[in-house]
Write a protein that binds this ligand. Structure first.
Ligand code: ATP
Length: 323
């Protein structure tokens, strides 16, 4: 779908992309990076809207340097920032965008009705967009990216500004863009956790450089940790300490949640264990059963993007298997 080769973009004071080489295959791909990592810059280059300083990129086999308009015919784009005219309705706007993409008037109206229904906008589609909630605006932005039936959509931070329920709905919609219509998706976020549930593949960039590109499965296995909380008993007045010793003896990496730095509330009573594979869960269960402790919770906790960057700086992270 997308291939970049040593792609760089330099602004006078900052290198937004630094020799980025990555291949993106059909499916749903997450592009993750902190604010300023270069995600939007990459999308603008892929659309042929902004020239690269160096290197090459192709989208659907077309060269971004020379085939920008052919790319934009086949690719949908949802920009990050608010860009909707407040005085027109969603229907008028999306019909206009469909016409801009070359659809004849009747087809544009039909596709608009279908697409707005698909993204969950019904009666409100006839009202001016100035009065819409952030969630409704994001849905219109998604609809205009889909209306001309593209082969690929580039979605820049589609969950920005949404509350947790709105995020989940948007992520579900994005997944369905691929499963229902077979359209491939490149979606950016600064939150690794939310993309892990939605994407088949995740590409991580930092400071314009590729940090890692791998399937979500490999990614989560490499980065998941398990939070465990147990009760104290008469035999083990400090159940947490007893479990910690037992797990360490069984060869697991254990640390208190207070040191994990994953943004979750710190607690001396929560242990974090690196998940090496399915057997880790069995080892934990058996250790708790042997000690006769009560299990309060055992939950998967995602590492956050900042930790992966930090691991990488320490030389123990994912850069080694970056594509
Ligand atoms: N037109 C520009 N002129 C100068 N610097 C720019 C320009 N566009 C982007 N940059 C800089 O390039 C870097 C990458 O920006 P970019 O917008 O691609 O990041 P991002 O990963 O999309 O982050 P965000 O989600 O915050 O937009 C930033 O340091 C940004 O300040």
């Amino acid at each position: 779908m997308i291939a970049t080769e040593s792609l760089s973009k330099r602004f006078p004071r900052v290198t937004a992309l630094d020799r980025l080489s990555v291949d993106i295959t059909p499916g749903v791909t997450g592009l993750v990076g902190a604010n300023g990592a270069g995600k939007s810059t990459l999308i603008k280059i892929l659309l042929g809207l902004s020239p690269a300083s160096e290197g090459r990129a192709t989208v659907l086999g077309l060269d971004v340097a020379t085939d920008g308009s052919a790319i934009r015919e086949q690719v949908g784009y949802m920009p990050e920032h608010d860009c909707l005219p407040p005085d027109v309705s969603a229907t008028e706007f999306v019909v206009h965008m469909a016409r801009m993409s070359g659809l004849p008037p009747t087809a544009a109206r039909e596709r608009t009705a279908d697409t707005l229904r698909h993204v969950g906008l019904y009666e409100e589609r006839y009202r001016p967009m100035g009065g819409y909630s952030t969630g409704m605006k994001q849905r219109v932005k998604l609809a205009q990216a889909l209306v001309h039936d593209p082969r690929l959509v580039l979605l820049d931070e589609p969950t920005n500004g949404l509350d947790p329920a709105g995020r989940d709905e948007m992520l579900g919609l994005i997944r369905r863009v691929h499963t229902d219509f077979g359209i491939s998706v490149l979606v950016t976020s600064h939150l690794l956790g939310e993309l892990e549930r939605t994407c088949d593949h995740v590409v991580v960039i930092d400071g314009g450089r590729l940090l890692r590109s791998s399937s979500t499965r490999d990614f989560t296995q490499a980065t998941a940790s398990l939070a465990i909380e147990v009760t104290d008993t008469a035999a083990h007045p400090d159940g947490t300490a007893a479990l910690r010793a037992a797990l360490a003896e069984a060869g697991l990496e254990v640390q208190p949640a207070s040191r994990a730095g994953d943004g979750a509330p710190a607690s001396e009573h929560v242990l974090l264990v690196d998940v090496a594979g399915d057997e880790t869960y069995d080892t934990v269960r058996d250790a708790i059963a042997r000690l006769g402790l009560g299990l309060i919770r055992m939950e998967q906790r995602r590492h956050r993007i900042a930790e992966i960057f930090r691991d990488d700086e320490n030389g123990s992270g994912g850069a080694a298997d970056a594509a």
